[in-house]
Design a binder for this molecule. Structure first.
Ligand code: DLL
Length: 437
């Protein structure tokens, strides 16, 4: 196989040189972080008052972890390290109780992020001959604009189709000869199913590759999408706190996701002891961002479970490979690519006085897409045979949840005392989605 590199010097850099680069950039990132009062205090307590206190990569472990809660507590501007006037963009992702975490970028941050995504795209064999349809949400979510910019940087013709609108998606593919798409794996399966339903022949589209990410999926699902659409599917991992997509990506060997170690430092820790996990073992991924000045984040606990492959990749890149994410250490759900914390739903439901004491969140597959149902017990003042107030309440719960998490749930109302009560810790979430589709 002819592997192509966006920046061969950086991507195949010998480990000692790569680690020297990481050390320099870590010092720079610590310098950025020390401009915020949050890190001045946190790092100060750990005896780090200047970038020069970082003498080797081993000193990384002296830096305390940063959590999503820390970012929430700092909302909106607590982690901003540059004057507001120098910020050119913000992105945000959901927080546990409605307070989002916000990431700011200056011009150079956007350039570095774009370069990361371009590196990922180019490494799968794409070039300016490709037509790239970006079938993912644009907006505060990082997937849309992140891939859009990366695709343009590679020189592809980018179609900003966004998510949804399934029929229009394959019309666009037919009209413009789309060769590459980006989507969540569940949306890719949905598009394929709709193409079959509507009798769109494979020959009428030129698709040959897809980038799929933003939600967990199995190797079986990858193979299924590849077989159904006759394309190559590449796994794409990222999170808003680390810019969004472009953090780790599969190369053409499709055997693990290269973590771009010149731009991020990755560690795998035991989530209980917070000590490093033994080499090659599964644990929580902790990431340090070396490439964003406006919102520096050091040793971020991603809550994602993964491990590093040992050994080298046949593609020749020296950046270590992460295994497919196998789960999370918190209760965050990813529903059709959208991150949802059960507490966000609880906050809505429990704020309504018409609602009783118990509720249940059910996630299942409907066709290839995820379906969210919220079952809610009504309070004693609501009578189950009086349909008008029931319908009004159902609509109110549905629209308030949608306003909070952007997903439109199915809402079921139940009589007080009829939903299952668990002894001990309440089980509020039932996730019936198969692990392997
Ligand atoms: O999902 C960024 C992204 C956009 C990645 C487009 C890939 C493609 P967030 O909304 O902040 O950012 O969600 C981040 O999604 O911590 C994981 O739990 C999950 N996730 C992202 N990619 C994958 C993947 C974007 N390939 C959270 N496999 C992360 C499994 C993934 N989980």
């Amino acid at each position: 196989m002819n592997y192509q590199y966006w920046n061969s010097e950086l991507e195949t850099m010998p480990r000692p040189a790569l680690e020297a680069l990481q050390l320099n950039r870590l010092k720079e990132a610590v310098g950025w972080a020390l401009r915020t009062s949050f890190y001045r205090e946190r790092l100060g307590k750990a005896g780090i008052g200047s970038p020069d206190d970082i003498k080797s990569l081993a000193d990384l472990r002296r830096i305390p972890y940063t959590t999503k809660q820390d970012l929430r507590d700092g909302f909106p501007y607590g982690f901003l390290s540059i004057p507001r006037e120098e910020v050119v963009r913000l992105h945000a992702s959901s927080g546990t109780t409605g307070v989002p975490t916000t990431i700011y970028f200056n011009r150079d941050d956007i350039k570095r992020w774009t370069d990361n995504v371009a590196r990922c795209i180019y490494g799968t064999g794409c070039n300016s001959a490709d037509v790239f349809q970006n079938m993912i949400n644009y907006g505060l979510f990082t997937g849309g604009l992140g891939f859009h910019a990366g695709g343009e940087e590679v020189g592809m013709l980018v179609i900003p189709s966004g998510a949804g609108n399934t029929t229009r998606q394959f019309r666009l593919m037919q009209d413009f000869g789309t060769t590459v798409v980006h989507a969540t794996p569940s949306f890719l399966l949905h598009v394929e199913a709709r193409m079959r339903e509507e009798g769109v022949s494979r020959e009428s589209i030129k698709l040959r590759k897809a980038f799929a990410g933003a939600e967990p999926y199995s190797e079986d699902t990858r193979r299924r999408i590849e077989a159904l659409l006759h394309i190559d599917v590449y796994n794409s991992y990222g999170l808003s706190e680390m810019n969004g997509p472009g953090v780790a990506f599969e190369c053409q060997a499709k055997n693990g996701l290269h973590l771009w170690e010149d731009r991020y430092i990755g560690e795998i820790i035991d989530p209980d002891t917070l000590e490093p996990a033994p080499e090659g073992e599964t644990g929580e991924l902790v990431l340090t961002c070396l490439c964003r000045e406006a919102t520096p984040i050091l040793r971020y606990r991603t809550r994602d479970l993964s491990s590093f492959y040992t050994g080298v990749c046949p593609c020749g890149r020296t950046h270590r490979r992460l295994r497919r994410i196998t789960g999370r250490t918190d209760d965050m759900l990813i529903i059709n690519g959208v991150n949802v914390f059960p507490s966000q739903i609880e906050e809505v439901v429990m704020s309504m006085k018409e609602v009783g004491n118990n509720y249940l969140i059910v996630v299942e597959k409907e066709g290839v897409l995820d379906r969210l149902t919220v079952k809610v017990e009504v309070g004693p003042d609501i009578f189950m045979d009086d349909t008008r107030p029931l319908n009004a309440l159902r609509d109110k719960i549905r629209s308030t949840i949608q306003a909070s998490i952007t997903i439109n749930p199915r809402v079921e109302l139940h009589e007080g005392g009829s939903l299952p009560v668990s002894e001990g810790k309440a089980k509020r979430v039932i996730d019936n989605r198969p692990k392997d589709i």
